[in-house]
Design a protein around this ligand. Structure first.
Ligand SMILES: C[S@@+](CC[C@H](N)C(=O)[O-])C[C@H]1O[C@@H](n2cnc3c(N)ncnc32)[C@H](O)[C@@H]1O
Length: 215
């Protein structure tokens, strides 16, 4: 299937595919309201739309939103696109399902110039977006609504669960898979070691899907 990925947009990769698997297990019926935060090419948004959901896709990148919109049309679906930071463009709305593959890579002080780093760089602990997502999701969810997020084990999965619990969601790790570091983490491995984010010699991470239900 042809996919539009405009310049600078995060092309779907292992974390996208891993989250798609968990998304496929979620109940989505015609008209379910789904929100995709940090939509990129819209891979997750389109998967939900194809199952009949009314999907809103948010991203800070215009190119990402244009890609997501086109990919929706290619599958015969119209995705509502909104540009802005996390939930700010959809304030006041409630969703049955929020899905997100946010930036979660701990950010070294020496990012590669000209890279697409906004798609993955997330502050010194990799939690700049994750923390806000965890704290703010509850008020964006309908009763019994579900949040599904994917992240690396390097970015502190227990903290994600703790923040979700404290904000009133019931968190559960629903998928976990071990894999070698990708190119960005490999390049930062020594810096991650020096900053205590990984132990010496670690070059593997778990991809983890955390599911939170609005209690
Ligand atoms: C890791 S990519 C994931 C893209 C896509 N969802 C996927 O799984 O392939 C993260 C996306 O989040 C977007 N993003 C980064 N910070 C954001 C923020 N504060 N609010 C909304 N989107 C953001 C980036 O532009 C990028 O498209």
């Amino acid at each position: 299937m042809l996919t539009v990925c405009l310049p600078g947009v995060y092309a779907a990769r292992s974390d996208t595919r891993f989250l798609l698997e968990s998304l496929s297990c979620e109940h989505i019926s015609a008209g379910s309201k789904v929100l995709d935060i940090g939509t990129g090419t819209g891979a997750l948004a389109v998967a939900a739309a194809v199952r009949g959901a009314a999907v809103t896709a948010v991203d800070v990148s215009r190119m990402a939103l244009a890609s997501a919109f086109c990919n929706g049309l290619l599958r015969g679906r119209r995705i509502r696109i909104r540009r802005g930071d996390l939930f700010s463009p959809v304030r006041g709305h409630r969703f049955d399902l929020i899905v997100s593959n946010p930036p979660y890579v701990p950010e070294s002080p020496f990012p590669a110039p000209g890279s697409q780093s906004r798609a993955w760089d997330a502050g010194p602990a990799g939690r700049e977006v994750l923390d806000r997502l965890c704290v703010q999701s509850r008020r964006m969810l309908a009763p019994d609504g579900v949040l599904l997020i994917v992240q690396s084990s390097v970015a502190d999965v227990p903290k994600t669960c703790d923040l979700l619990r404290r904000s009133g969601l019931r968190p559960e790790v629903v998928a976990r898979a071990r894999g070698r570091f990708g190119p960005v983490m490999r390049e930062r491995a020594l810096w991650l070691e020096q900053n205590g984010l990984i132990t010496a010699g670690t070059r593997d991470e778990d991809l983890v899907v955390v599911r939170g239900v609005r209690a």
